[in-house]
Ligand binder design. Sequence first.
Ligand SMILES: [Zn+2]
Ligand SMILES: [Zn+2]
Length: 90
Amino acid sequence: MYQHLNWYTRCHKSMASSINEEDLCIICYSNKNNVTLRPCKHQCCKLCINHHVLYSRVCFYCKGRIESVVDANNSSIVIHDFGTEPPPLL
Ligand SMILES: [Zn+2]
Ligand SMILES: [Zn+2]
């Protein structure tokens, strides 16, 4: 008696992926998170934050104020520091 195990197995193929989605920027989903926002410690990619801070200094995750943006791998590399800059005129 035949059971259609082949069909069943195909439909339950492993979804294993080499890309860890938690490392991807939630804004563009194409670059890895490589900057950390301070003080809330949320992460995104450098391209997106560079674009975002032109218009807003509010974190897109938690709506908290972004005081600085640092490199995710080396927090001594400061990419933006708004503590010493005047706020944008909006
Ligand atoms: Zn991005
Ligand atoms: Zn945040």
